[in-house]
Design a protein around this ligand. Structure first.
Ligand code: NOJ
Length: 546
């Protein structure tokens, strides 16, 4: 990578799900004080930046993705002064800070929505959101057939008879991005935080902001069993072309500030081609590559995703980003530890198929980490992934908090299983998540055996997931071939992915059922498990000096 390339082209960004990272004030919920206390850990792990899930003032109907005030920190997490201190201290540790911004919807407690409710039908206050009369003789049917991502209809009726749109929970009314005040307000919010030193933003639901002006019904649904090529079908509220105008304006705002400020889009697109449209030169910088996350542990599937992503993003001059887990999906050791090789589909209820072989899932997760961190571009690590945490699949129903649980009529347990507070130290809950002698239990219960997985337990154990991530991240920083750039596939036996990166580096991942011979090399830089007799065992990966 050239030394002058902007940092975000090759950055490893660590996702801090603030509620569950570290609790500094003893209330069982993570906060800014907790993040500040763990900056030395993040520095020693070797990440370049942190993305922090929403920390703004919020009634927490969707754990902060329902924002009541974009310029204030929620008291549960701290204060604006603490956020400013965190940004400054992180920078001193050489770590950049990327908060989340939530532009698709506000909280129903946001001043604008409260004003819209108070002002009544047909008032300009309602134009900032999407209010409509209902269908049917008395307007008792929703305006169209759109569905909430969290289950049920995407419309809620008010006592005055009008309906409002919410693609997520009813507490998250969708904004009207055709309204100039909405556009101006968000540009002002970006400047508010950029001038406080943040290095960029993760953009929530970037693909959802613009709706078809006539709000037509949904197109027919594609058969999930259809394996044929995916063709883009215009959708009335997802991934509409007009959304890019908004981001061209945001790019200009970022460029007003010094120091390579950056955006990463959460954009679910039909194809790498559609995704690439978000990251053109005058648009956003990067976008999460969810195709990689959704691929099964299958060499053909993974290779196709890697090739398509690099081709499409490369064509518009953007780096790829690679991501295995986040706060919305099942943790990957639990995905990879099941027999099925079916793609795991986003926004589908999580129904694990078959028994979990966590040893297998963990072995594959170790290899996936080496694969991800060797690929060209940037990568995201979801907190706890470096500890090998599995999905917590047996949370008691009484503990579940994700709105999906209620909205689905208790048919979908939702995303709490990947959000359990992470273990830092000690043999018993809260495993150092909250200060010693804490009175409040962690907001979700931690499994009793998570002491074995704590940062303390894994530190110094060469066979641990944590030390594998540390070594990989440190090597990645030092090795000139890694990060931004391109890859060359090497000849390899069926079921084996092998590629070189520039001069002197190769990565081999064995997804076949047989041990595979390694290509010529001068040394093994890092491996997910023992390499014996020049053979790499199934489900293992290795980095080689060649
Ligand atoms: C995507 C976020 O990642 C998810 O956690 C949230 O529930 C929705 N957007 C709605 O904001």
């Amino acid at each position: 990578m050239s030394n002058t390339a902007p940092w975000w082209r090759s950055a490893v960004i660590y996702q801090v799900y603030i509620r569950s990272f570290a609790d500094g004030n003893d209330d069982g919920v993570g906060d800014i004080a907790g993040i500040r206390s763990r900056l030395p850990y993040l520095k020693s792990l070797g990440v370049d930046a942190i993305w922090i899930n929403p920390w703004y003032k919020s009634p927490m109907a969707d754990h902060g993705y329902d924002v009541a005030d974009y310029r204030a920190i929620d008291p549960l997490f701290g204060t604006l002064a603490e956020a400013e201190q965190l940004i400054e201290e992180a920078h001193r540790h050489g770590i950049r800070v990327i908060p989340d911004i939530v532009p698709n919807h506000t909280s129903d407690q946001h001043a604008w929505f409260q004003a819209a409710l108070a002002a009544g039908t047909g008032t300009p206050e309602r134009d900032r959101y999407i209010f409509r009369p209902g269908r049917g003789p008395d307007g008792t049917e929703p305006p169209n057939d759109w569905l909430s991502v969290f289950g049920g209809p995407a419309w809620t009726r008010l006592p005055d008879g009008e309906w409002y749109l919410h693609l997520f929970a009813p507490e998250q009314p969708d904004l009207n991005w055709q309204h100039p005040e909405v556009r101006a307000e968000f540009e002002s919010v970006l400047r508010f935080w950029f001038s406080r030193g943040v290095d960029g933003f993760r953009i929530d639901v970037a693909h959802g902001l613009v709706k078809h002006p006539e709000l037509p019904d949904l197109p027919p649904r594609r058969d999930p069993e259809d394996e044929g090529p995916r063709q883009h079908v215009e959708h009335p509220h997802w991934d509409r072309d007009e959304v890019h105008d908004i981001f061209r304006a945001w790019r200009k705002v970022a460029d007003e500030f010094p120091g390579d400020r950056t955006f990463v889009a959460e954009a679910w697109a039909d194809s790498p081609e559609r995704l690439a449209a978000y990251v053109r030169q005058d648009g956003l910088h990067t976008a999460f590559n969810f195709d990689f996350l959704m691929a099964s542990w299958d060499p053909k599937d993974l290779r196709a995703v890697i090739d398509d992503s690099l081709a499409m993003l490369g064509a518009v001059g953007a780096p790829a980003t690679w991501v295995l887990s986040n706060h919305d999906v099942v943790r990957h050791p639990s995905r990879y530890g099941r027999k099925t090789t079916k793609r795991w589909v986003a926004n589908e209820p999580y129904r694990p198929e078959g028994p979990l072989d966590l040893e297998l899932g963990t072995r594959r997760a170790r290899s996936a980490a080496l694969l991800m961190l060797a690929l060209p571009g940037g990568a995201y690590i979801y907190q706890g992934e470096e500890l090998g945490l599995p999905e917590v699949e047996d949370l008691p129903e009484t503990a579940l908090q994700d709105p999906i649980w209620e909205r689905s009529g208790h048919t979908d347990r939702g995303r709490d299983g990947c959000r359990v507070p992470i273990p830092w130290s000690g043999p018993a809950a809260p495993f150092g998540f909250s200060p010693d002698g804490t009175s409040a239990a962690p907001w979700l219960p931690q499994p009793a055996d998570w002491g074995e997985r704590s940062v303390e337990a894994q530190t110094g154990d060469e066979t641990s997931m944590l030390e594998l991530y540390r070594s990989a991240l440190h090597l990645r920083r030092e090795h000139p071939a890694l990060g931004d750039g391109s890859l060359t596939w090497l000849d390899a036996p069926t079921g084996v992915l092998a590629f070189s990166r520039g001069q002197g580096f190769a990565c081999v991942v064995n997804l076949s059922a047989e041990p595979c011979p390694l290509p010529d090399h001068t040394s093994v830089l890092l491996s997910s498990g023992p390499v014996e007799g020049g053979l790499l065992a199934p489900d293992h990966a290795v980095w080689l000096a060649v």
